[in-house]
Design a protein around this ligand. Structure first.
Ligand SMILES: Cc1cc2nc3c(=O)[nH]c(=O)nc-3n(C[C@H](O)[C@H](O)[C@H](O)COP(=O)(O)O)c2cc1C
Length: 198
């Protein structure tokens, strides 16, 4: 087993933060970092090696395509449902442009259904955490968002997903424009753990 600097590993995990698009500088993140994030995503644990994570990376003009697709889908579905809000539409049409890259997060269901769906979702979440940690290690901001069209069935095809698959949200990525790396909060781990020793 290789030796790691465990102090650094602990610090990376504990100081990883969600950095939101309004905190980005507008500069582009080097594709080489995005590629490292994706490579590390691919090393997430996976029961029966189903490797269910699928990603679509949007950058440049691609971000405009995503913005157009998601705002128009929202408009179509919300007009039908009578819930349309102009401000939501405008947010969906403009917000993607604040990010350098947006990685759509998909779960591809194993055709043999060799493991329960919840395990596939868990594996994708582990892959996303690998991307979060990699971004933090490079001083790059990212944040997993599940708003907008994420859980709309009609959205899946645009991201190359089929009817048994799931879109699990978007990892927004950008260079942070911050004076201080943000803090977060957690309740004590002791409240969430039971030890059985005898
Ligand atoms: C599955 C998942 C979905 C999330 N969706 C959203 C979201 O839609 N909007 C949002 O503001 N944050 C979202 N977050 C990010 C959380 O708000 C964030 O992780 C939390 O505030 C803790 O901050 P930290 O990541 O900096 O520790 C999501 C996180 C996870 C794990």
């Amino acid at each position: 087993m290789k030796e790691f600097n465990t102090d650094e590993v602990n610090r990376l995990i504990r100081e990883r933060r969600s950095i939101y698009p309004k905190m980005y500088s507008g500069e582009e993140v080097d594709d080489a970092i995005i590629i490292q994030m994706l490579e590390n995503a691919n090393w997430a644990p996976t029961h029966r090696f189903t490797e269910p994570w699928r990603f679509v990376v949007f950058k440049g003009e691609g971000l405009k395509k995503l913005a157009k697709f998601q705002s128009e889908l929202y408009k179509e579905l919300s007009l039908e449902a009578g819930t349309f809000e102009q401000t939501k539409f405008e947010k969906l049409a403009t917000k993607p442009l604040l990010s350098s890259h947006i990685i759509a997060i998909g779960m591809k269901r194993d055709p043999n259904e060799s493991v329960p769906e919840v395990e596939e979702v868990a594996a994708v979440a582990a892959a996303v955490q690998n991307m979060y940690l990699t971004a933090s290690a490079y001083g790059i901001g990212c944040y997993w968002g599940t708003g907008g069209i994420t859980f709309k069935e009609e959205a899946r095809e645009f991201f190359g997903l089929g009817s048994q698959d799931k879109l699990l949200g978007f990892l927004n990525v950008g260079k942070p424009n911050l004076e201080k790396w943000p803090k977060s909060r957690r309740g004590p781990i002791a409240d969430k753990v039971t030890w059985v020793e005898d």
